[in-house]
Design a protein around this ligand. Structure first.
Ligand code: AMP
Length: 450
């Protein structure tokens, strides 16, 4: 078992930790310390409550030299104002014996007061993306000295639709910087962001236990497509006694809406949904309705359902097969709580087989397979995402470029005559607008992906 002494901190940090009564680093703090301290780009997978704020702040504070310069050197981005307050609070506790200037800024309050605070000079700024961008655009806040950017709870941030704001911020940050990102779940959006902006990032995560709780029994169905999954789900959910409190997971909000609408036809009064496009009030109401048993079925996305603590969930359905096996572990952990029996059911298409293999590999077990009941209709109808994009090759009916094309049936008027001066629309646009900045060689990142 390691202690904070193993991390080679300095006396002010030791004293602060001692005042807090913390004696041992948490697993994510142990894992992340050297990697964050090394200056490399880092992707950390850890949930709130694991000590992740100190996981990135300990190495950052250890290496941050005293300075009197006005512009901040560390930027911490978080999705909500509550988190700004919480992170500032944590940093203040840790820097009790360090001469450090830290400021939290978020939207919805007077920007002028924040401008004055920024102008006083600071070392670390903790912010929500929109407000920090406004401050930077107003030029009161200068990003030129930023050396480290922490993006915390990035999955929530992207799910709330902050991707655009993040890209705007990246655009005006110094190119030479360390990117540190923390996320509780891996989603496709998070992966895309890492791929586009991080340089050969190191990944740290507290190993998600691949051992599911013993009281969760798991089964799997191989189902050809969305509509057959829907038919199977409808068939199973008709048994209201057995399936008495059902949480259905889907990967993203579009799918949540689609499934909700489809199920609504049959289970109207028993159904509710949560995803990030719904208002906070709507989400709270849905969760309450489900928790209290007024609604039997809740459709949810991974990010929104994270940490949901609801008792007596009888079944967790994985309507799709998560790409990241950790998400599956999080999902099924919503059932089988408090020693009660829980059931987890996963639907996979042929395309999702690879993801299913990864889940089974993590758990080191094969999920028992069930046949689709005979009276479930196997649909051949496909949703947009399932349709193959058919590339036409060697279509003898299509004209080759070299084939001569006859005159159009009417001549163009003088003003519509256009001369092709060579080059393409793409080049014109590229010349007109600034090329988007991407850092690093994407293929390099891909090769080095763990
Ligand atoms: P976080 O995951 O950063 O939200 O932290 C969760 C809580 O754990 C916070 O209240 C921290 O102050 C606390 N904490 C952080 N590191 C430690 C530690 N090494 N030992 C005990 N508690 C800690």
């Amino acid at each position: 078992m390691s202690t904070f002494q193993d991390l080679n901190l300095n006396t002010p940090l030791y004293n602060a930790l001692s005042d807090l009564g913390f004696t041992q680093p948490t697993p994510i703090q142990q894992e992340a310390f050297n990697v964050v301290a090394s200056g490399k780009d880092v992707v950390g997978i850890a949930q709130t409550g694991t000590g992740k704020t100190f996981a990135y702040m300990l190495p950052i504070l250890k290496n941050l030299k005293f300075s009197t310069q006005e512009n901040p050197r560390v930027l911490v981005l978080v999705p909500t104002r509550e988190l700004v307050v919480q992170v500032v609070d944590e940093i203040e506790k840790l820097s009790k014996y360090i001469n450090l200037r830290v400021l939290g800024v978020y939207g919805g309050v007077n920007i002028n007061t924040q401008k004055q605070a920024v102008a006083q000079g600071l070392d670390i700024i903790v912010a929500t993306p929109g407000r920090v961008y406004d401050l930077a655009v107003s030029r009161v806040l200068q990003f030129k000295s930023i050396q480290k950017v922490v993006i915390d709870e990035v999955d929530v941030m992207l799910d709330l639709g902050f991707r655009h704001q993040l890209l705007n911020i990246f655009d005006i940050l110094p190119e030479k910087r360390q990117n540190i990102m923390f996320s509780a779940t891996m989603t496709q959006d998070v992966d895309d962001l890492i791929y586009d902006f991080f340089i050969a990032p190191e990944r740290v995560s507290i190993a998600v236990s691949g051992t599911p709780l013993e009281n969760i029994s798991q089964t799997k169905y191989t189902v050809p497509n969305f509509y057959t999954k829907l038919n199977l789900l409808n068939h199973l959910l008709r048994d209201t006694e057995k399936y008495n409190k059902v949480l259905i997971f889907v990967a993203h909000k579009k799918m949540a809406d689609r499934l909700f609408e489809a199920l609504d036809e049959i289970f109207h009064d028993e159904l509710c949904v949560i995803h990030s496009n719904k208002t906070q009030n709507y989400r709270l109401r849905s969760i309450e309705q489900f928790r209290e048993g007024f609604n039997r079925i809740l459709v949810a996305t991974d990010v929104m359902a994270r940490g949901l603590d609801i008792d007596n969930v009888s079944h967790v359905f994985n309507f799709d097969t998560p790409d990241f096996p950790e998400n599956y572990m999080h999902r099924i952990g919503r059932t089988g709580r408090a020693e009660r029996e829980g059931q987890a059911i996963i639907f996979s298409t042929v395309k999702e087989q690879e993801s299913l293999d990864k889940i089974e590999a993590l758990m080191q077990m094969e999920i028992p397979f069930l046949e689709i009941p005979e009276d479930v209709v196997i649909s051949t109808e496909l949703i947009e995402e399932e349709r193959e994009v058919i590339k036409e090759r060697n279509n003898p009916l299509r004209l080759k470029k070299s084939d001569e094309v006859g005159a159009a049936f009417h001549e163009k008027s003088e003003k519509n005559q256009q001369e092709n001066k060579g080059g393409s629309y793409k080049f014109k646009i590229a010349a007109k607008y600034k090329k988007p900045k991407t850092r690093g060689d994407k293929n390099y990142n891909k090769r080095n992906k763990k």
